[in-house]
Design a protein. Structure first.
Length: 382
């Protein structure tokens, strides 16, 4: 037979369990998660800021661990509350705490529906769906109308290129080059020199790339890589410059002397040496002269048909001084030129008086002295 204590236990225990179970259920269901935008449609590469409320409908303080579950691995997100990255959050009865969930979608993403969950563990679940409106990409295209150009060492190579932003967001591209040492690379979007360019999604921009080789570069093919880089995408373009060789010419004399003596009205032959100092053969080297008034300069030959790279050719210049030139120094500027390059040499010509005029001068002086002497003898005694 049951005693009084056992009877009370059997009668009140079930009621106690029911009450406790109800209390736990209320506690478990006292926290709610709420956002006004549980399902949205966005393009690839979008950054979404969710405002999520953690609401306590219970009669006592409730604490929960808040996490995000099921978000794709290639996505990035942050969950903060009150400016902190808090893992456990406590809410007073009848109040709420606001959480900020920032989700960054990658550019390279397929079109479709993506669902993940925000959890207040053991309390509430908030499913969130993101509908991606189109297939995304992080691709950037950098192309050239003509990637290979040929010229000599003193040429400027100008390439017309196009940079296309195929991502879903506006991009600021840094423009750089890994050119060989001594080469100069200049980017000109919108015809102005710049080191970066901003391009809207799905748009492109024409960029002029000007490349200048270093002085006296050797003949050959050179590859100049140029890059357009941003935080999420980049593109590389290889431009090629085919250097046919450098042009160089020197004009001097076999002994290096650039001065001569000449008599007024007479002729003087000058031996000249034209040297091809470049790495490219020279064709049709024309000789010209800038001379004082009344002087004449004749070259033999006046045009050199061909000078191989590193070779020299000797020619003759016949100079005739002006017949009335007074004694002194005169300068004649000689030039060897081709359509690509030229070289100058300045000759100092010292003019002397002809010997005949010297003897005539002496005779005049002697005659004057003789005349004075005769006059002195004839009239000196009177």
């Amino acid at each position: 037979m049951l005693n009084r204590k056992q009877i009370l236990t059997r009668i009140f225990l079930p009621f106690l369990l029911v009450m406790l179970s109800g209390s736990l259920t209320v506690t478990a269901q006292s926290l709610r998660l709420y956002t006004p935008y549980p399902e949205i449609t966005v393009p690839p590469g979008e950054t979404i800021d969710y405002s999520i409320d953690l609401i306590n409908n219970g009669a006592s303080i409730a604490t929960a661990e808040v996490t995000v579950d099921g978000i794709p691995e290639t996505w990035s997100y942050t969950l903060r509350s009150g400016g902190w990255s808090a893992r456990r959050i406590s809410v007073l009865p009848g109040e709420k705490k606001t959480l900020n969930l920032k989700v960054e979608l990658p550019y390279d993403i397929d079109k479709g529906s993506y669902t993940f969950r925000v959890l207040a563990r053991n309390h509430a679940v908030l499913p969130i769906t993101i509908e991606v409106s189109e297939k995304g990409t992080v691709k950037t295209e950098f192309t050239a109308d003509q990637g290979n150009m040929q010229g000599h060492a003193t040429s400027n190579f100008n390439y017309k290129t196009k940079l296309e932003n195929q991502t879903g967001e506006k991009q600021l591209y840094a423009l750089t080059s890994h050119a060989p040492r001594g080469w100069t690379v200049v980017f000109k979007p919108n015809y102005q020199q710049a080191s970066s360019v901003e391009i809207e999604p799905g748009q492109s921009k024409d960029i002029s790339v000007e490349i200048k080789p270093p002085y006296n570069v050797k003949a050959g093919k050179y590859t100049i890589p140029v890059m357009a880089t941003t935080g999420s995408s980049s593109a590389r373009l290889e431009l090629e410059a085919d250097i046919s060789g450098s042009y160089g010419v020197e004009l001097t004399t076999p002994d290096g002397r650039l001065s001569e003596k000449i008599t007024a009205g007479r002729r003087r032959n000058l031996e000249l040496m034209v040297r091809n100092s470049g790495s490219t053969d020279l064709n049709s080297v024309r000789m010209t002269a800038v001379k004082p008034r009344g002087w004449e300069v004749t070259f033999t030959p006046d045009t050199i048909p061909f000078i191989a790279a590193g070779e020299s050719t000797q020619i003759r210049a016949e100079v005739k001084a002006y017949g009335k030139a007074i004694p002194g120094d005169y300068v004649i500027n000689l030039t060897a030129q081709t359509p690509e390059i030229n070289a100058d040499a300045s000759f100092r010509m010292s003019v002397r008086t002809p010997l005949l005029w010297g003897w005539l001068g002496i005779l005049i002086i002697l005659s004057a002295i003789g005349t004075v002497y005769w006059l002195f003898r004839k009239y000196g005694r009177r």
